[in-house]
Design a protein around this ligand. Structure first.
Ligand SMILES: Cc1ncc(COP(=O)(O)O)c(C=O)c1O
Length: 398
């Protein structure tokens, strides 16, 4: 009898939000009353100028075949221009790799920089694909408990303590603003972490894909402090283009060629039509439209944080940026996976359980994702207001 080979490393954690999404889609079919606050994406299309550029490229009969593995020159130059305009940083387009969403940048980068068995640190709670992708590649993904006392972000003191006990890691992933917490690392702490990494040859991977969506101080780029770091960017969030699948990495010179070779083998290139159209996203007209979305997210954020206490919530992450509220509902449940299902059944509001971001039992219990949920406020303000009313009525009726 034959048996199909199935690898151990392929057995990654499920992405629990997909289950909620499936249940939400089912309820939308049967009840038609669903408000989806579980998806980590803007509810708006790509900027008008991008859609026009895509239509023009299609109409012209342009071939849109494979591009260079590192992306079309016009887009790499536009991204370099974006660093000059936004941060005053000079970036050589030759050090930019355009990728199939930032997700493909992470895979190529992990393969280019780390060997099986290498240790890479990240925050708990944090974006689950870092951990799952590293584990699938045979690396050791180590989560550092980051609670309210450190604003849900790693600190130099924490890295020092970890290295003292376990040795120097090979890499550190930071996300600022972060998913699911939205917290931004203060400029001085980011600089100190970048220096700490550079002095020890620890590769700092700075996930900057939520840059542009901040509500107080702008987020700083790690290249302002250390050019030994890798920056990861994306058109998915601020640029409102998740499904177009365009992201990028800004690389130290030694990583450019290995990443190019890996991308050529793994993906060949990012989607050509999306690359051609994406160039327009960086112009003034596109930015005006996108900044309007950020103003709406800001209003939505104020609404959500004003109304969270109606659910009896006393603790939530500061949401300095991104479009998420990550809230502690341990007064209501210690099983948010089941609770989110109940809430969906009772109210039609789809939320994300925290278990994707902080697996249960792998660190401090009060940070277990089973006590937290994430709500995305990227949608229409009226929908979010209605969702908060339904949630408050549900919690108060229990
Ligand atoms: C922190 C973070 N990094 C990376 C990604 C991957 O995004 P994409 O591949 O669309 O650029 C996401 C998606 O939600 C995210 O939240």
């Amino acid at each position: 009898m034959s048996s199909t080979p199935i690898s151990l490393r392929g057995q990654v954690e499920p992405f629990h939000v997909m289950e909620v999404l499936k249940a939400a889609n089912e309820r939308a079919r049967t009840h038609g009353d669903v408000i989806t606050l579980c998806a980590g994406q803007p509810s708006t299309p790509a900027p008008r100028v991008v859609r026009d550029a895509a239509a023009a490229a299609l109409a012209s009969g342009e071939v849109l075949g494979y591009t260079d593995a590192l992306g079309i020159p016009a887009l790499r130059e536009a991204i370099a221009g974006h660093y000059a305009d936004t941060y005053g940083l000079t970036v050589d387009p030759a050090q930019i790799a355009v990728t199939t969403g930032s997700s493909a940048a992470f895979t190529a980068l992990f393969l280019a920089a780390f060997d099986a068995g290498d240790t890479v640190l990240m925050a708990r709670p944090g974006y689950p694909a870092y951990r799952n992708t590293l584990q699938a590649l045979g690396c050791r993904a180590i989560e550092l408990d980051c609670g309210a006392e450190v604003r849900f972000q790693p600190t130099v003191a924490m890295l020092e303590q970890w290295a003292h006990r376990h040795g120097t890691p090979r890499g550190l992933i930071l996300a600022s603003p972060a998913n699911p917490t939205g917290t931004v690392i203060a400029a001085a702490e980011l600089a100190a972490i970048a220096r700490w990494c550079e002095e020890r040859d620890v590769l700092l991977i700075s996930d900057e894909i939520y840059h542009g969506i901040t509500y107080g101080e702008d987020a700083h780029s790690a290249w302002g402090s250390s050019r030994a770091a890798v920056l990861v960017g994306s058109l998915s969030k601020y640029f409102s283009m998740t499904g177009w699948r365009v992201g990028w990495a800004v690389l130290p010179p030694a990583l450019v060629r290995p990443v190019e070779l890996l991308l050529g083998n793994l993906n060949i290139c990012a989607p050509a039509l999306a690359q051609v159209a994406a160039v327009a996203a960086f112009g003034a007209e596109g930015r005006r439209e996108l900044d309007g979305h950020v103003r709406r997210y800001a209003a939505n954020r104020d609404l959500v944080v004003t109304r969270l206490p109606e659910l009896g919530v006393a603790q939530w992450a500061p949401a300095d940026g991104a479009f998420y509220a990550y809230a502690d509902v341990s007064h209501l449940t210690h099983d948010t996976l089941a609770w989110c299902r109940e809430v969906l059944d009772a109210t039609g509001v789809a939320l994300t359980p925290g278990v994707d971001f902080a697996p249960v039992g792998t660190g401090r219990a009060e940070l277990d994702g089973s006590r937290w949920f994430r709500l995305s406020f990227a949608g229409a303000t009226a929908d979010i207001d209605e969702a908060m009313s339904r949630l408050a009525a549900y919690v108060q009726s229990r």
